[in-house]
Design a protein around this ligand. Sequence first.
Ligand SMILES: [Zn+2]
Length: 207
Amino acid sequence: MKIRFLSFFIFTALLLSCSKKNNKKTLIAERDTKIVSISYKDTIQKEFIANSFDFPVGIPNAKGYYNAQKFQKNYHLGDDWNAVTGGNTDLGDPIYTIANGYVKETRDYGGGWGNVIRILHFLPNEKIVESLYAHCDTILTTQDKWITKGTKIGTIGTANGAYYAHLHFEIREDITLPLGNGYSKNSKGYVDPTDFIKKHRIVQDER
Ligand SMILES: [Zn+2]
């Protein structure tokens, strides 16, 4: 009886220590049909840690572009980047990844979304954020790969004619959020993209 109890105890302790280790080391991002599991320290090479951020157009400072619909205006969950020249003059302009990261998804969602690119950024403090680029005319990257800041990942589009060309751009602190619909009274898990980039031009390790 005593031995059985002891082995149960050891088994439980082992199980607990394993799950604790996994929680710490394994970061999981869900997508519709697939789970991506990334072990932070084992997988990420130093050059892919997101240690600085730039704007996604007119890099590095969004030169030649303006934000036509800021975060939370009309319950918008992102920024809308447009060329200062207006209309569709920015159709086909390059979109760049804002920081080093891992391309989690590239997909044509159709409807009001069009082509969408989603990238995970692993900060030096082990925090992870997701950047999302929507309505793209073209997707110039592929999912499930590491890329560096400033890589051209796509071009500005109209979501198949749904809008004048612009980049709908989001940053999410909750990387498990579904695609959503770009507008919501509930902005939990989303951050102001412009504010975030300005505060993370160079990322300090805040641990
Ligand atoms: Zn938008």
